[in-house]
Ligand binder design. Structure first.
Ligand code: HEM
Length: 198
């Protein structure tokens, strides 16, 4: 690969997102470990509640102006229904309402969706843990961690391609990255206060 091609790839939105949010992703690993979400059914239920609220926010963002034009397969994305069914399996009815998404528009919305879609990759590991440690599955209590029917990698690649084909200039890209940092901040906050969630 020559230097010009390397530079072009480095400037792609998906590459910038990956690199410029890497510290936050690393922080999520640490918070997940600290939260010990597989240590008991109760902890796992609280974690699933956090996933449910996050997914509700994300699905509200799907409706924002300009999002569907860029990501044409939104219908297959989003996991709030799966998370809700999981919560039913676990005997919990969520009482809260999503609040953040009211104030988020394009292009920041895309950064939030990036965090949600990216988290489906890490969920492969989480799904295995839920199976192994708690006996849950894609039909009971761990639906929200299961792969998309087409497979995780394929659906992710299509998302990344849509991001890179959006043709955003530098400042629009900066705003997408800020949205992703905000979404990681939101999820990190949730992981820090799983006990208070209802
Ligand atoms: C213990 C918990 C986690 C593990 C083990 C994990 C693991 C992974 C793995 C293996 C990948 C794929 C990396 C690659 O193909 O290059 C990935 C990607 C990603 N994960 Fe996680 N993850 C975890 C938690 C999270 C959480 C809580 C979030 C967000 C709420 C998150 C967001 C992302 C994102 C956005 C990507 C895409 C990175 C990219 O741009 O390629 N992850 N994760």
């Amino acid at each position: 690969m020559n230097a010009a091609t390397e530079q072009m790839i480095a400037n792609q939105l998906s590459q910038r997102l990956k690199h410029e949010t890497a510290t936050e992703h690393e922080r999520m690993h640490k918070l997940m470990a600290e939260a010990a979400v597989f240590s008991s059914k109760e902890r796992y239920t609280q974690f699933t509640l956090s996933q449910y609220y996050f997914q509700k926010e994300i699905e509200h963002l799907f409706e924002k102006q300009g999002v569907a034009e860029l990501i044409p397969d939104l219908g297959i994305r989003g996991r709030s229904q799966q998370a809700l069914a999981d919560l039913q399996d676990l005997g919990l009815q969520p009482k809260g309402e999503p609040l953040q998404s009211k104030n988020i528009e394009m292009p920041e919305a895309l950064g939030w969706i990036y965090v949600s879609e990216g988290s489906t990759l890490g969920a492969a590991f989480l799904f295995k843990e839920a199976q192994k440690r708690l006996g849950f599955s894609e039909t009971f209590a761990a639906r929200n961690l299961a792969a998309y029917p087409e497979g995780r990698a394929k659906v992710w690649k299509r998302f990344v391609q849509a991001l890179d084909e959006a043709g955003f200039d530098q400042s629009q890209q900066d705003r997408v990255i800020q949205g992703a940092l905000d979404a990681f901040g939101y999820f990190g906050h949730a992981l820090n206060r799983l006990d208070e969630m209802h």
